[in-house]
Design a protein around this ligand. Sequence first.
Ligand SMILES: *[C@@H]1O[C@H](CO)[C@@H](O)[C@H](O)[C@H]1NC(C)=O
Ligand SMILES: *[C@@H]1O[C@H](CO)[C@@H](O)[C@H](O)[C@H]1NC(C)=O
Length: 176
Amino acid sequence: MGLLLSVSPVLLFQSWIPGAAAQSTHFNLTAIGAANGRSTIECWQIKRPFDVSTDPGTAGSKALPLGDLTNLTLSILPPKFDGGLHNAPFVQFVAFTSGVAVVSLPDSNEQATIYGGKYGLIIAADVASVSAKGHITRYPSDDSTIALQIRIEGGVPPTYKILHKGACRWKELSGL
Ligand SMILES: *[C@@H]1O[C@H](CO)[C@@H](O)[C@H](O)[C@H]1NC(C)=O
Ligand SMILES: *[C@@H]1O[C@H](CO)[C@@H](O)[C@H](O)[C@H]1NC(C)=O
């Protein structure tokens, strides 16, 4: 009975905040994927939940290992740059740190706008072997857009599930 009394306030507290326990345990990101030879825009959820870091300097904070990487390229896209229709050169994360990227598809109206910064990490996986045409990326900002292209070792993204077609929405990103 003593134990029950001591834990129940915590359980009650969590149940008063809708979704408090489940919220933010998983990372979601917009992905340029491919299906049936065409590029897609999807919202992916990484299946592995956030860890609690034990590393010096970040101990106690949320951390999510996203796998091994082989190449890091810093790209500076000029203002109003049009990247044109292209395939992802490799399966890679792209971390936009500033500016704006607008991704669209050649055969659909689906579009994703990614702002550099906190919610700026996407994954681009529509390499030529899985997508015939690829996707279009434009950078409409008046300033340059900075992107880190982070190539994934072996071309295999972390295990994910598709939450839905189209870019991740605010409620899938705002838990960060
Ligand atoms: C990393 O990527 C850049 C840009 O594609 C390329 O020039 C370089 O050779 C690559 N390095 C390795 C080790 O693959
Ligand atoms: C990821 O999406 C799920 C489902 O919508 C949501 O509960 C969770 O808070 C999202 N994660 C982040 C970090 O926003």
